[in-house]
Design a protein around this ligand. Structure first.
Ligand SMILES: [Zn+2]
Length: 238
């Protein structure tokens, strides 16, 4: 078995060659288009294909352009299956997801999102409520004194469906400006901000390709909020 371990690793196959090979298999055709590769600074798109007059244009993100051969092959199966309106093989989908959920890949992806994203973050002072002040009060009451303060702001549009979210990439808590009105009780704003602050304390857990946002520890902590039943009731009536 010595012999095997002494062999040099096979050279990485080019992305063009991978796409041509997978194309041949999915199309069951010996005529394969010329593959042109374009590497784009995509953030939220895995890639795009464009087939026209014998040329298959493959646009993929720079994050994936340097990925291992098997990951680029998984991407080829997913994108080409879509092109041929087929269901991509599940093991390739799983392989792709596992790669994307790897800790180092997530970190690169997040850093890229921060540097590329032009995110609008208003200040904490709204028309009715000041999030800075409410954050401090909640911290003093429920959190360790040194919990770091992220950027705080109100959403540009008053969303009814997303009342608050913690944006990990920009380290910001954004509350819907729908809540920044005198007819909204302060307890509601406090509760929504408290929930988002718990996301600082309980990072998202990754189990393989699955994400767990509200863990049982998160839920247990949330119950400690004074007046949670009333806050939830008021939220329903908004
Ligand atoms: Zn949440």
């Amino acid at each position: 078995m010595q012999v095997q371990s002494c062999q040099p690793p096979p050279p990485e196959e080019s992305t063009q060659s991978i796409f041509a090979r997978v194309y041949r298999q999915i199309a069951r055709s010996s005529t394969v288009p010329v593959v042109e590769l374009l590497v784009k600074p995509y953030v939220n798109t895995m890639g795009k294909l464009h087939l026209k007059s014998g040329v298959l244009e493959v646009r993929i993100s720079d994050i994936l352009a340097g990925a291992p051969t098997t990951v680029r092959e998984a991407l080829a199966w997913i994108l080409l299956s879509k092109l041929f309106r087929r269901v991509p093989p599940s093991h390739w989908v799983l392989h792709y997801r596992q790669f994307m959920s790897r800790r180092d890949v997530r970190r690169t992806h997040q850093a890229v999102r921060v540097s590329r994203g032009r995110k609008y973050i208003s200040g904490p002072q709204g028309a009715t409520y000041n999030l800075d002040e409410i954050f401090d009060q909640l911290r003093d009451r429920y959190f360790p004194p040194l919990i770091p303060k992220p950027a705080l702001g109100w959403s540009r549009r008053p969303s009814r469906t997303l009342l608050g979210h913690f944006d990990n990439a920009h380290n910001a808590i954004i509350l819907s400006s729908l809540l920044d009105r005198p007819q909204v009780p302060r307890l509601v704003v406090e509760y929504v901000l408290f929930h988002e602050m718990l996301h600082l304390k309980h990072p998202v857990e990754h189990h393989g390709s699955r994400r767990r946002v509200h863990t049982s520890a998160f839920r247990a902590d949330e119950k400690l909020f004074d007046g949670i039943a009333e806050a939830k009731e008021l939220l329903k009536r908004l």
